[in-house]
Design a protein around this ligand. Structure first.
Ligand SMILES: Nc1nc2c(c(=O)[nH]1)N[C@H]1C(S)=C(S)[C@@H](COP(=O)(O)OP(=O)(O)OC[C@H]3O[C@@H](n4cnc5c(=O)[nH]c(N)nc54)[C@H](O)[C@@H]3O)O[C@H]1N2
Ligand SMILES: Nc1nc2c(c(=O)[nH]1)N[C@H]1C(S)=C(S)[C@@H](COP(=O)(O)OP(=O)(O)OC[C@H]3O[C@@H](n4cnc5c(=O)[nH]c(N)nc54)[C@H](O)[C@@H]3O)O[C@H]1N2
Ligand code: SF4
Ligand SMILES: [Mo]
Length: 699
């Protein structure tokens, strides 16, 4: 007899409700749950791929140890003991340890409940993570302006009338720092009530194709656009802070003078968007209608990422749209991590690259390879990688790949032998995804409605296997015991979850949430900023001095000659997720997606046709890749999706190996970064592109 289990998909930030039909341990189907309170039946192709993950023959089931270059299965106790002893020896030799945490750990609340014990056991204060390849600029801005690294205001799309998306592609990504399942339908609903979506992107993306207007922007230049819009808001009389002024500090008055000296024509020339278009965006944002500007990866992972995210907040404030129904609003989720965890921190630390920001204890991942390759006593010699694949995800991944070989001890917490974990001494694999429970711990605070949704595990964990949280907790205890330190009792994730739910304002118990398989809807977002602010004076700190100084730095860079090289940007596809879903047969179906998109004019200039192979070269490296000629990218811009490059030796992903592609991060450059956050620059990489035949002829 088959059974249907309601659950939420854990793969991306949308956390869609799914219905999983099983018979015994066989998965019969995975479909959207029409009754889920947030996703209303929406899913994307990745949901069905959970079946491929669960049943993947390449998935590891036992700990692996590398012996003379070969993998050998060992027992858990042996693995934990050996790692603890090696770590102790290395600590005695004063060898520096480090940890890198990847993206999927944000989608497994169990990991969050245990990892601090492992960090303590390893003697770590700071870690590296995918956050500094992603959204750290948001945290810096939120910390300074609102008093908490995670206090984010998200577009209230269901009541919005004008939505300006800059450098985000939620039609493919399903939203980021914005839990917005069913994005496309919500856009259609907005358009049906005469609302408008406008998109700014160097590529005519899936989101741009849904929009009422799309403008190309030169990669890495959006700061000029934001300043232009803000100037047009002030100069056009569209500013209205009457709703917010009671919760704004005096530094607001510094902003208009700080941008007064910018020239609209110069800003327009820099970013490629006309003065009229900037003025029209300002007028729409400032009109008598709820409106919002939202910016994501395209404006975060660039040199002025923090400045960009600050300007976005300022535009929403200036136009009276922050904390407004239909504008951007701060969620009040059933599990309120904002109130329950500390405000976070923004500090500086000495690194091999000089002083660098450390945000929430996260060191810039762009420095990780250098720290492993340095030749003094500060060299990182031990690395634990939890749910991460930095060889494919961080800039100059090829160099990181080489650096990992120098480690004295590397432990990967991963279910595959990946481009990264192939370097490990030990791989500790978790149980299958449907053997874990799930709660959208980090995503309730980013969701378009206030809600709760808990998913129990569907299958029992197989004999001899463990969930990630158990692996982390048990290894941490073994390390502490080996060191002769106090060994704490394990706090089960479900207990932590229950406590946190009960301590949150909604006061729900886990039992109540569990009894509602479609989730509990706590209603639309509410104006609540005044109560949520965590700055010392409970006011929005409008213009932190760092942001004003950064504005000056941007002003100083405006006249700089930009090289006439092509600019490389990334892209995401709905059938892929970072580096780790390419082993799913269902998702890999269809054409090869790891192509170099080139505008027809740029292709013609180089004698390249669709389907040809081209060599792409940046400062750090070069790759060879098949070309897709398309006017979906603007002239002078080329695009490669990230997360490919599975052709390296020893990778245990047999499906991915059939279409390995190349890694864009063999071209991106870790010497470029956002100085206020330490975040990597992953777009606008200067590159040359040449036809392979031409290169061969020249040789
Ligand atoms: N050029 C370029 N680079 C980028 C980006 C870009 O846009 N352009 N995007 C960046 C962003 S936003 C991110 S978040 C990073 C992601 O970068 P990372 O987090 O470093 O890499 P992922 O590709 O997410 O790899 C996740 C790894 O975790 C494993 N894994 C998956 N689920 C589980 C699990 O439940 N348990 C365990 N133990 N392991 C699991 C997978 O097998 C995989 O090896 O990439 C960044 N890199
Ligand atoms: N299908 C799928 N979904 C995903 C993921 C995935 O890999 N695949 N990854 C998940 C993760 S970890 C994250 S962080 C989110 C990211 O979510 P998004 O930020 O929505 O996704 P991206 O595709 O990175 O969107 C960035 C957009 O910025 C554009 N861009 C590049 N450079 C510039 C620039 O200089 N200026 C402007 N204005 N735009 C620019 C790109 O063309 C791209 O369309 O997606 C999540 N969801
Ligand atoms: S959008 Fe797709 S991958 Fe993301 S949660 Fe929904 S079904 Fe899962
Ligand atoms: Mo991400």
């Amino acid at each position: 007899m088959s059974q249907v289990h309601a659950r939420t998909c854990h793969i991306c930030e949308a956390n869609c409700g799914v219905l999983v039909e099983v018979e015994g341990r066989e998965i019969l189907s995975i479909k959207g749950n029409p009754d889920h309170v947030l996703s209303r039946g929406h899913i994307c192709p990745k949901a069905t791929a959970i079946a491929d993950l669960q049943d993947d023959p390449d998935r590891l089931h036992k700990p692996l140890k590398k012996v003379d270059g070969e993998w050998k299965e060992i027992g858990w106790e042996t693995a934990f003991q050996e790692i603890a002893v090696k770590l102790k020896d290395l600590k005695q030799a004063a060898a520096k340890p480090a940890m890198y945490m990847g993206n999927p750990s944000a989608h497994d609340y169990g990991i969050s409940t245990q990892v601090s014990t492992l960090r303590r056991a390893m003697g770590l204060k700071n870690i590296y993570s995918a956050s500094t390849l992603d959204q750290i600029p948001h945290h810096v801005v939120q910390y300074h302006m609102y008093g908490h690294v995670s206090l984010a205001a998200v577009p209230d799309i269901d009541r919005c009338q004008y939505l300006l998306i800059v450098g985000g592609n939620p039609a493919a990504s399903n939203g980021s720092i914005w839990t917005v399942p069913d994005f496309k339908k919500r856009v259609k609903e907005m358009q049906a009530r005469d609302g408008q979506l406008v998109v700014i992107d160097p590529r005519r993306t899936e989101t741009a194709k849904l929009a009422d207007a799309h403008h190309f922007v030169k990669p890495g230049t959006d700061t000029a656009l934001f300043i232009g819009i803000l100037k047009a808001v002030f100069d056009g009389g569209h500013a209205d802070i009457s709703r917010l002024e009671n919760i704004m500090d005096d530094s607001w008055s510094n902003i208009e003078p700080a941008i007064a000296g910018f020239d609209m024509a110069e800003l327009s020339a820099h970013c490629g968007i006309s003065v009229e278009d900037m003025e029209s965006m300002a007028a729409q944002l400032g009109a008598d209608q709820p409106a919002a500007i939202y910016g994501r990866m395209g404006v975060s992972v660039c040199e002025f990422g923090t400045l960009n995210q600050w300007l976005i907040q300022i535009i929403n404030i200036a136009t009276g749209n922050l904390d407004r129904e239909g504008g951007t609003m701060v969620p009040e989720p059933a599990l309120d991590t904002i109130n329950l965890v500390g405000r976070g921190s923004v500090r500086k630390i000495d690194t091999i690259r000089g002083e660098m920001p450390v945000v929430m204890g996260e060191l810039p991942t762009i420095t990780l390879a250098d720290e492993m390759l340095r030749d003094d006593e500060e060299r990182i010699r031990t690395l634990f990688v939890i749910t991460g694949n930095p060889v494919l995800s961080s800039p100059d991944g090829a160099r990181l790949d080489r650096a990992l070989e120098k480690l004295d001890l590397m432990v990967s917490f991963d279910m595959y032998v990946t481009e990264t974990s192939r370097h490990a001494d030990y791989i500790l694999p978790p149980c299958g995804p449907l053997e874990k429970d799930h709660y959208p711990f980090f995503f309730g605070p980013l969701a378009i409605r206030n809600y709760a949704s808990y998913s129990p595990a569907i299958f029992d964990i197989q004999d001899g296997e463990k969930a990630d949280w158990e692996i982390i907790a048990e290894l941490a205890r073994e390390i502490l015991a080996t060191d002769g330190q106090d060994v704490p009792n394990i706090r089960e994730p479900r207990d932590v979850l229950n406590n946190m739910l009960q301590s949150s304002p909604a006061g729900l118990t886990l039992a109540e949430v569990e009894a509602a398989p479609n989730g509990i809807d706590l209603g639309p977002l509410r104006s609540c900023m005044a109560d949520r602010l965590m700055t010392e004076d409970k006011l929005i700190q409008c213009a932190h001095p760092d942001f004003l100084a950064e504005l000056q730095r941007f002003a100083g860079s405006l006249g700089d000659e930009r090289s006439d090289m092509l600019r490389l940007i990334g892209r995401r596809h709905v059938r892929s997720n970072n580096s780790w879903l390419h082993n799913s047969k269902r998702l890999l179906k269809g054409p090869d997606r790891c192509t170099l998109m080139v505008h027809p004019d740029d292709a013609a200039d180089r004698g390249i046709s669709d389907g040809d192979m081209a060599a792409v070269e940046s400062r750090v490296n070069s790759v060879e890749i098949v070309v897709e000629v398309t006017d979906d990218v603007m002239p002078s811009v080329v695009s490669i999706p990230h997360g490919f490059g599975h052709g390296r030796d020893g990778v245990g992903l047999s499906v991915a190996a059939s279409k390995p592609g190349v890694s864009i991060n063999d071209l991106t450059d870790p010497t470029s970064f956002d100085p206020l956050s330490g975040n990597a620059v992953l777009n606008a990489t200067p590159v040359t592109v040449a036809a392979i035949q031409e290169l061969e002829a020249a040789e």
